[in-house]
Ligand binder design. Structure first.
Ligand code: PBG
Length: 326
């Protein structure tokens, strides 16, 4: 295959031929849209570090989710901000907790929208860690009980899928078991299987008010230097009953997305996290990049790396772009 007989540029002369040979296409059905729900009524407060994303009260959340659904985005991922935080994160497993209220409202108003909840304690604990603190450390096995309890209250509210993001060992099995024992075998589980201890979560911790009060998350989230370990984490979660496995963050971990895609046959999700999103917005504001094109390039790369599902704050903007462009 040598020049001059072969000229790759022949297949790039105009958009028509480029579109025929394009290997990776995006559709709104690839996206999960994360949303932050708060107490109150008619609250729609923009999150400063994440332009275009809001703290939404349940009434406003339903509107936002409906808008996304009408654009073809099939699913939302909910995060809750409680009224009060305490040591055990007890609002996370209250029947009338904010996420539980949100799930009930969404399933009532938009029954076909697929509702996923993040299952974790960090937004609900006064210390901001993802588990229960015992003797100054995040205790794995005691945390499992709280996570299972939280997942059950989401199931009772009617959630379609739960997504544990805490990175405790054994939490997929603990949650799956609790759901099955209580008659919720229909509820699916997406695990944040390879979740790295990443500085890319910075804006989220402002959005979810979940920065740890002491230390960091490195005793439970993965070391960014490790890829083989991700395969072990993913294998364990599938064994424990995960229906979908996730790699997080996405952009700086596309090699891990690819490795997971090649090794396993379950659907793979990648989380295009808050810091990845905010960097695009910030650089765009400074006039340094063309934000929309960079957004589409990033999302396309995540899909090209092998993700079936992309969790992204760009979901609505990207869906809008795809509608007019395609
Ligand atoms: C909760 C959780 C986090 C994110 C999703 N679930 C934050 C963290 O682990 O510190 C990050 C999402 C994002 O940055 O967009 N454990």
């Amino acid at each position: 295959m040598a020049f001059p007989r072969h000229r790759p540029r022949r297949l790039r002369v105009n958009e028509s031929i480029r579109s025929l040979v394009r290997e990776t296409g995006l559709v709104p059905q690839d996206f999960i849209y994360p949303l932050f729900v708060v107490h109150g009524k008619r609250v729609r407060r923009e999150i400063a570090s994440m332009p275009g994303n809001f703290h939404l009260s349940v009434d406003e959340l339903v509107k936002e989710a409906e808008g996304a659904y009408n654009q073809g985005i099939p699913a939302v991922l909910l995060f809750g901000l409680p009224k009060k935080k305490d040591r055990e994160g007890s609002e996370s497993f209250k029947k009338a907790g904010i996420v539980q209220q949100a799930v009930r409202a969404l399933k009532k108003e938009l029954p076909d929208l697929y509702v996923i909840t993040d299952v974790c304690l960090c937004e609900y604990t006064d210390h901001g860690h993802c588990g229960k603190i015992v003797d100054g450390r995040v205790d794995n096995d005691q945390t499992l009980k709280l996570l299972a309890r939280q997942a059950l209250t989401h199931a009772e509210a009617g959630v379609d899928m739960v997504a544990p993001s805490d990175m405790m060992d054994g939490r997929v099995a603990a949650i799956r078991q609790a759901l099955d024992d209580e008659g919720f075998s229909r509820v699916a589980l997406m695990s944040y299987a390879a979740k790295y201890g990443s500085a890319f979560y910075g804006p989220f911790r402002e959005a979810a008010d979940s920065a740890p009060a002491f230390g960091d998350r490195r005793s439970y989230q993965m070391d960014p230097a490790n890829a083989r370990e991700a395969l072990r984490e993913v294998a364990m979660d599938i064994e424990e009953g995960a229906d979908i496995v996730m790699v997080k963050p996405a952009m700086a971990y596309l090699d891990v997305v690819r490795l997971v895609r090649e090794r396993f046959d379950v659907p793979v999700a990648a989380y295009n996290v808050s810091g990845e999103f905010s960097m695009v917005k910030a650089a765009e504001r400074l006039g340094w990049i063309e934000g929309r094109r960079v957004m589409m390039e990033i999302l396309t790369s995540i899909k090209r790396a092998g993700a079936d599902i992309i969790i992204t704050y760009h979901a609505r903007e990207a869906a809008e772009y795809l509608k007019h462009k395609l």
